[in-house]
Design a protein around this ligand. Structure first.
Ligand SMILES: C[S@@+](CC[C@H](N)C(=O)[O-])C[C@H]1O[C@@H](n2cnc3c(N)ncnc32)[C@H](O)[C@@H]1O
Length: 228
């Protein structure tokens, strides 16, 4: 998985960064996505057609959005979220008062699950932050049941709109947070992350078969769905 980054993706640094920005993460995401992120996340989960009693895991769940939408759309699913930032998980758990979702702290490059455990693995805006992204994809593949589905959601093609987005967001973010450095990192990591078609090639090299690709905001955000 080719990523030419000139900033640190050391897991400790990434974990500390997300712990620092956790309190404002949801609010800033709404600013950065012009309030579209919830709709996009909801739609990308809805499209999966998750059935009652399916086992679903949200990798790099952060403050829990994807896991929450799984439970909202399919209340009978068993839903787990995993992330290594305890502060992000704290926010996720605050939204989980009835404990319907099981959150745990852990590293997605080394998952505490047996092979063939889950019907769905979902990951939103996570892979881009992982130094050993290949290992995370291997783990997603390993814990999926044969025929199970991996949904990866992140920024998409580096098109004209996406470039405008890269210019506008750091400016608007400055109004909302003193931790602008963390968000410069996020924009930088977005620019250097492979485009969806290259990612799909990488996923196929890991054994996945492509099921579909959905573009949001004219391709600025993209969801890829793959089958084991
Ligand atoms: C940009 S946030 C995405 C959060 C959420 N999925 C969303 O869509 O809003 C990336 C998350 O990945 C987590 N993360 C990064 N590397 C990780 C790793 N190796 N293991 C577990 N979590 C990781 C961070 O702690 C952070 O919460």
């Amino acid at each position: 998985m080719k990523q030419n980054h000139n900033y640190s993706k050391d897991p400790q640094t990434i974990q500390t960064m997300f712990n620092l920005i956790a309190g404002k993460y949801d609010m800033i995401n709404n600013v950065m996505s012009f309030k579209t992120q919830n709709y996009i996340k909801y739609k990308s989960i809805k499209n999966l057609n998750i059935k009652p009693h399916n086992n679903v895991i949200d990798l790099c769940c952060g403050t829990g959005d994807l896991a929450i939408f799984v439970k909202e759309i399919q209340p009978e699913a068993n839903v787990v979220g995993i992330d290594f930032s305890e502060k992000m998980l704290e926010i996720a758990n605050n939204k989980n008062s009835s404990n319907k979702i099981q959150y745990l702290q852990g590293d997605v490059t080394n998952l505490p699950y047996a092979d063939d455990t889950f019907d769905f693995v979902v990951m939103g805006f996570g892979l881009r932050n992982i130094l050993n992204a290949e290992k995370a994809v291997d783990e997603a593949y390993r814990i999926l049941k044969p025929g199970g589905c991996f949904m990866h959601l992140d920024f998409g093609t580096h098109n004209f709109l996406s470039k405008i987005y890269d210019i506008i967001t750091p400016i608007s973010i400055r109004f909302f947070t003193e931790n602008a450095a963390a968000y410069s990192y996020l924009i930088e990591s977005k620019k250097q992350f492979p485009e969806p078609n290259d990612l799909i090639k990488d996923f196929k090299n890991k054994g996945f078969k492509l099921k579909g690709k959905t573009d949001y905001l004219f391709g600025v955000i993209s969801a890829q769905t793959l089958v084991k």
